[in-house]
Write a protein that binds this ligand. Structure first.
Ligand code: C5P
Length: 230
């Protein structure tokens, strides 16, 4: 079974994808981590982020490994565990450079499909999973939430890691990232055809998880040719 979850930063994708994967007993594929890992590699190597060829070269050389366990996701870059480092605001902010490069996307889409083929059944989250990477997914979700709520969530995450956070600044950064993700020429963030849209603004995690799981069960029942589960 292949399930995709796309949506803007802070819409609840990661939590939803992880919890759904856990509930269904399948793997979790965090594709944002691949863009973050390439961003980190480029920053560390002093690559000119405006130089598309140099970025593509860095992406081609990056050895990225993701653990598929929804409960304990780790990310390795060239053999080093960078799970925390790639979540910094510096990496978030600069991830737009690799994400807008068609050559980098080609490398990372191939990597994501290779991982998907190895996993077989998984929940993939990102910006282009239902549109470009896994267009034949069994169930596609598109998560949305108000920008102020998304900023609040991002700040809560940062504070939990001991970092300080200004909600207004984070909101501005989130809106800038949204704009870039939605307006880029290649694989822009849009609602995939056939995706189920879920607004998570007023839903807590339990309500969001329940909504997604109910949609998946409904789809599975339909595919099995039966009516809704008793
Ligand atoms: O989801 P996350 O915030 O970790 O993604 C980091 C960045 O990577 C996003 O802002 C986006 O620009 C890019 N991305 C993408 N396509 C994906 C996943 C992430 O362009 N499938």
């Amino acid at each position: 079974m292949v399930i995709t979850i796309d949506g803007p930063a802070g819409s609840g994708k990661s939590t939803a994808a992880r919890n759904l994967a856990r509930a269904l007993g399948i793997a979790y594929l965090d594709t944002g981590a691949t863009y973050r890992a390439v961003t980190l590699k480029a920053l560390r190597e002093g690559v000119d982020l405006e130089d598309a060829d140099a970025l593509a070269d860095a992406a081609g050389r990056a050895r990225i490994h993701l653990s598929p366990e929804p409960a304990a996701t780790r990310v390795w870059l060239d053999g080093e565990d960078v799970s925390e480092t790639i979540r910094s605001e510096a990496v978030s902010e600069k991830s737009y450079y690799p994400a807008r490069s068609p050559q980098v996307r080609e490398v990372l889409v191939a990597l994501q499909r290779r991982i998907g083929a190895e996993l077989g059944s998984f929940v993939a989250e990102g910006r282009d999973q239902g549109t470009v990477v896994f267009p034949d997914a069994d169930v596609k979700f598109y998560l949305v939430a108000d920008a102020s709520e998304r900023a609040k969530r991002r700040c809560a995450e940062l504070r939990a890691r001991g970092e300080s956070c200004n909600e207004q600044k984070v909101r501005t950064a989130i809106e800038r990232r949204d704009r870039r993700d939605r307006t880029r020429d290649v694989a822009p963030l849009i609602k995939p055809d056939g995706a189920i849209e879920v607004d998570t603004t007023d839903r807590d995690v339990a309500a969001m998880d329940a909504a997604l799981l109910a949609h998946v069960r409904e789809r599975l029942d339909k595919d099995a040719g039966g009516g809704p589960a008793p």
